[in-house]
Design a binder for this molecule. Structure first.
Ligand SMILES: [Zn+2]
Length: 212
């Protein structure tokens, strides 16, 4: 059974369809003068990773305890997570807009990847002859973002990248994988941006439809 984290700070919207995109979406309203940051502290990062199932709750608690003893290390791990996040966003936003991935973004993703992949392991999967990917079990402050680095690299190298979209709402810019059959999904979330944008368009059209 999952061990709840002591202080869930924020319920993250996990609508990206890929862990790397869900990390990119931990900052919202990017196109506006007042973007909203959800990862202010190391516990925020751990909370995101647990909610996104990149990390078990018990592991999350162990990392919070470690971060309490190594505050400087936790600050640096958060900074590396944010750097990876911005590189993932730059790459994803470019691809969604039909542009090439900026070389600098690729370089920063590669840097994160090299830190993560040296901790990738195989563990017995419980069936003869089969093994499963896992992460080195000793607690490491960078552990929350390793799976996002791997997911982002795998996405960028796959054909799935053609389904990468940026939310059509003008103030959103969240990234997601469009898995709809006809590739017609326009919003990060219908309940959030879809309905809000439809209401906005209706309000814009409404005055023109009146006579006089
Ligand atoms: Zn949106």
């Amino acid at each position: 059974m999952a061990v709840p984290l002591p202080h869930p700070r924020h319920a993250f919207e996990l609508t990206g369809g890929n862990l790397a995109l869900d990390l990119a979406n931990t900052k919202e309203r990017r196109p506006t003068p007042a973007p909203v940051e959800f990862l202010h502290t190391y516990p925020d990062l751990v909370s995101w990773a647990v909610q996104a199932r990149a990390l078990g709750a018990a592991q999350g608690k162990a990392l919070l305890a470690l971060a309490g003893r190594r505050r400087d290390g936790a600050r640096k791990a958060l900074a590396r997570a944010l750097d990876l996040r911005e590189a993932l966003f730059a790459a994803g936003s470019a691809l969604a807009g039909g542009r090439a991935v900026p070389p600098g973004a690729l370089g920063r993703i590669n840097q994160a990847l090299s830190g993560a992949l040296v901790r990738l392991r195989l563990s017995p999967a419980g069936r003869a002859g089969a093994a499963a990917w896992t992460w080195a079990s000793e607690p490491h402050l960078d552990r929350p973002w390793w799976p996002a680095a791997r997911a982002g690299a795998e996405l960028l190298a796959s054909e799935e990248v053609g389904r990468l979209r940026e939310c059509g709402a003008r103030d959103c810019a969240w990234l997601f994988l469009d898995t709809s059959r006809n590739g017609s999904r326009r919003w990060c979330s219908m309940t959030v941006c879809g309905n809000r944008e439809k209401a906005r368009r209706f309000r814009r059209r409404a005055p023109r439809s009146r006579p006089g």
